[in-house]
Write a protein that binds this ligand. Structure first.
Ligand code: FMN
Length: 184
């Protein structure tokens, strides 16, 4: 089962570090899952304005379509998710992520914007009808040291728990037909 871990930042390393930690926890819990991190910082982003898509955007869409589960890690920009992440969602066919498991991680400069994940990112994944895990993890600058190492034990516990529930959701999703029953 292919799992795409999406690092929604285009600047720093913290969201990537969180994803790499979750990747490690998932690997320890189920070594059969095929895990790939997609770093948005490595892509040539193109705004969705009707122009033909570049190769990076086509490749990104393909990865979303091929994946059977997702971990989304988003930085907080201006009290919201970053434009590149919303722009990416706008490019994904509405049924591509249907009934596939998803989990959410977020990172901001401060505590203040933790509800962005619940109030802005989760509704988008609900629209796609992802199986979103009930737990998410929000971190901020104080949870990291100067080298972007996670220094908060509680964050580690919550990342591990998120991984545990996500792995279970992967199993559940295998048994759920992706087509509505009257279209089979
Ligand atoms: C353009 C921009 C806007 C930001 N706006 C917010 C914000 O509204 N609230 C907040 O908590 N942090 C804000 N931040 C801080 C980022 O969320 C934080 O630096 C980022 O999550 C660090 O993750 P990274 O190292 O993976 O890039 C902003 C940062 C940038 C660059």
């Amino acid at each position: 089962m292919k799992i795409l871990l999406v690092d929604g930042t285009i600047f720093g390393r913290k969201t990537g570090v969180l994803l790499e930690q979750v990747q490690q926890y998932i690997k320890e819990m189920n070594s059969d899952l095929e895990l790939e991190i997609l770093y948005f910082a490595n892509l040539k982003h193109q705004i969705l304005d009707g122009s033909p898509l570049n190769e990076d955007m086509k490749g990104m869409i393909q990865k979303f379509e091929d994946a059977e589960g997702y971990i989304f890690a988003s930085p907080i920009f201006q009290a919201s998710i970053p434009g590149v992440l919303k722009n990416a969602f706008d490019m994904i066919p509405p049924k591509a992520m249907r009934y596939k498991p998803a989990a959410i991680i977020g990172n901001g400069g401060t505590y203040q914007h933790h509800l962005v994940l619940e109030n802005q990112l989760r509704p988008i994944l609900d629209y796609f009808r992802c199986l979103v895990t009930p737990n998410y993890v929000y971190t901020h600058a104080d949870h990291f040291d100067q080298d972007n190492k996670i220094i908060d034990e509680d964050v580690q516990i919550r990342l591990r728990e998120l991984a545990r529930v996500f792995v279970h959701y992967c199993e559940v999703s295998k048994t759920l037909a992706k087509q509505p029953v009257d279209m089979q």
